[in-house]
Design a protein around this ligand. Structure first.
Ligand code: CA
Length: 246
């Protein structure tokens, strides 16, 4: 029998925490609820959850403090679930090590897909720590071949440049997860690269021209405006795609 994954819901609004808990229990997760930061701290260390859903507006502290504390010692997946929808808040949370960021209100299927993706990423450690990865990543008609360093679209070589390939390979490695502009720039052009989104934007325009049937309504690489890019996940439902196009 498969052991259930344990999800800690850090949320002070009971209507929300109970709603999430009900969804997760129905989908074979064990759930725990912490209603403030102090309770969250003690539950994290005593229960060691498989994943944390973190509200930012807690009565006794800012959820960002919990995020930074946990990241100081653990890679356990943390998804921020917040009513703060400003781009700056998302970038700050992702750069502080959140695996993902879900805006309230959210859809049930979106929540479940993001949880599956975040848990899967922690269970499949990547070789070499960089973009090198064995095998292939496929979603829809897109295949990234990490051994041969090329990307196929509907079976044909997309003829990406080296940097274009690196960007697509990086997003594929973290499919389902938003990567901030800065994190992509640092990974592709090095830690000292100027945080200049223009170069990345030009590359992305070329990538989309090569990969997407309609670059204005992408099927594979989505833009989180002001935040970064996200590769469609292998089991992502079409509703996530439509949400991106709004
Ligand atoms: Ca709250």
């Amino acid at each position: 029998m498969k052991l259930k994954d344990k999800v800690l819901i850090i949320e002070d609004e009971q209507s929300i925490s109970h709603f999430i808990s009900t969804i997760l229990s129905a989908n074979n997760y064990d759930t725990l609820i912490a209603e403030d930061g102090a309770e969250a701290r003690s539950m994290i260390s005593s229960h060691c959850p498989d994943l944390i859903l973190l509200d930012l507006g807690l009565p006794d502290m800012d959820g960002m403090d919990i995020l930074r504390e946990v990241r100081a010692w653990s890679n356990m997946p943390i998804i921020v679930v917040s009513a703060r929808t400003h781009e700056r808040d998302k970038v700050e949370a992702l750069d502080a090590g959140a695996d993902d960021y879900i805006e309230k209100p959210f859809g049930t299927s979106e929540l479940l897909a993001r949880i599956r993706a975040a848990i899967r990423h922690t269970r499949t450690p990547l070789k070499n720590g960089g973009i090198a990865q064995d095998g292939q990543f496929s979603v829809g008609g897109l295949t990234i071949d990490y051994d041969k360093h090329h990307v196929l679209i509907d079976g044909r070589d997309a003829h990406l440049t080296l940097n274009e390939f690196k960007i697509v390979a990086l997003l594929g490695k973290y499919a389902g997860k938003v990567l901030t502009y800065d994190s992509i720039i640092r990974e592709i052009w090095g830690p000292k690269a100027k945080a200049d989104n223009q170069l990345l934007r030009v590359n992305m325009a070329n990538i989309r021209r090569k990969l997407e049937k309609n670059p204005a309504a992408p099927e594979y690489i989505f833009t989180e405006i002001g935040v970064g890019y996200r590769m469609r996940d292998e089991d992502e439902a079409d509703d996530a795609k439509r949400a991106d196009e709004d």
